[in-house]
Design a binder for this molecule. Structure first.
Ligand SMILES: *Cc1c(COP(=O)(O)O)cnc(C)c1O
Length: 395
């Protein structure tokens, strides 16, 4: 049985063209970018060329791109870096200590905010509407003279909703507040212009866009004051000490190049497959689509079925060779209902029966057809077995 991978939002395979671009930097050109000899200089050149490619993708300048080890690190660096710099500049006096995030951010933003709250900062979590959209007016109202930073993701990793980041960016710039966006799910898939959208900090990651794991970036607009978290040899403009991971960065840049070329065509292809699948899945009785029907990532489908457990569904699909996910990969081990689905108004029992199907570059129409054949049968079987169904029908 050939397996069908429909979990591209949690990670992607590395494109063969990316592996080919990386290979020389694992074997022949393995120098350290800080070395003065020719090995080092070759590595340094590859690093700076890659930085240029990634900067171009979002209309940034190369010196505004810092490479990190993961999107989790970039998001931690953005929130903690801005907050801690603000405090250290106050030299023990008054400082701005307020940060605004949305209720549907990725766990690494949520947990960074929680840590900052334990360490003297105030956090406001903005609600979202039933589609998962943040209202820019709410951002405006939440900003106080003590606000340093607003962090709202570009697109939800779970329900695919695209947030109004251009409007939020404009408000933040007018109010003199930094704006960070976690763009991991949209990076290379939807065009982003950091200048046009007034973005001060942005997170992107390679392994969600057919690049290798263990490499990500943080865009830091020139002039943004930020404290490093890792101290050492002073790489990446002093903001991220560590020997630079050149092979991964070369792969990241190649992945970005491919995404940029293929973005329009691939996005349209995925939207067609996505909408076909949504239409069919909604024919299963009681199913609801989570997120917005149009204002959503080309590759995201998120649906809930009443009465059944998302986890049982994943296991049954896996037995059929189909890999999907419940909420996000990071929360699926926790067996708690997804906070994202609760934030858009689902009841806990509805949130438990959710399924995220995320498509990618290698998803074919044949694969989607197979899913659409198998899924209704499994849902029906699980419904028949469901103890919840009887319980709710009685109520
Ligand atoms: C995957 C993801 C992250 C975290 O990425 P890691 O590779 O686990 O560090 C952060 N934000 C979003 C939106 C993501 O999809």
């Amino acid at each position: 049985m050939k397996k069908i991978y429909l979990d591209y939002a949690s990670t992607t395979p590395v494109d063969k063209r990316v592996i080919k671009a990386m290979e020389p930097f694992l074997t022949k050109n393995y120098g350290n970018t800080m070395s003065l000899h020719s090995f080092g200089q070759e590595a340094k050149l590859a690093l700076e060329n890659s930085r240029q490619v990634l900067a171009d993708l979002i209309n940034a300048k190369p010196n505004e791109i810092i490479f990190t080890g993961s999107a989790t690190e970039s998001n931690n660096q953005a929130l903690k870096g801005v907050a801690l710099r603000e405090r250290s500049e106050s030299k023990g006096g008054q400082y701005k200590n307020h940060i605004i995030i949305s209720a549907i951010e990725h766990a690494c933003i949520m947990e960074s905010a929680k840590w900052l709250a334990k360490n003297g900062f105030e956090i406001t979590k903005l609600p979202v509407d039933k589609y998962g959209m943040v209202n820019p007016e709410d951002v405006k109202k939440a900003i106080t003279p003590k606000t340093i930073l607003v962090s709202v993701m570009h697109t939800s990793n779970e329900i695919g909703t695209i947030e109004p980041i251009a409007e939020i960016g404009k408000i933040c710039r007018e109010k003199g507040v930094y704006f960070h966006t976690d763009a991991v799910q949209s990076f290379g898939k939807i065009a982003i212009d950091v200048k046009k959208y007034n973005i001060d900090l942005l997170t992107g990651s390679a392994h969600k866009m057919y690049g290798p794991k263990g490499i990500a970036l943080l865009y830091v607009r020139e002039g943004v004051k930020i404290e490093p978290i890792l101290h050492g040899g002073g790489q990446e403009n002093g903001l991220r000490s560590s020997t630079v991971n050149v092979p991964a960065i070369v792969g990241f840049a190649k992945a970005a190049e491919l995404c940029k070329v293929e973005m329009k065509k691939e996005g349209a292809r995925q939207i067609k497959l996505r909408d076909k699948a949504i239409k069919e899945i909604l024919k299963i009785k009681g199913t609801r689509l989570n997120g917005h029907s149009e204002n959503r990532l080309p590759n995201n489908i998120n649906v809930s079925f009443p009465y059944i457990e998302g986890e049982s569904l994943i296991i049954r699909l896996d037995l059929e060779g189909i890999a999907c996910s419940t909420g996000s990969a990071c929360s699926s081990y926790k067996l708690e209902p997804s906070y994202v689905l609760l934030a858009i108004g689902l009841k806990p029992e509805e949130a438990h029966g959710s399924l995220r199907i995320s498509l990618g570059r290698f998803t074919t129409e044949k694969e989607i057809n197979h899913l659409l054949k198998v899924l209704p049968k499994i849902v029906k079987q699980l419904e028949l077995m469901s103890p919840f169904k009887k319980k709710y029908e009685k109520e």
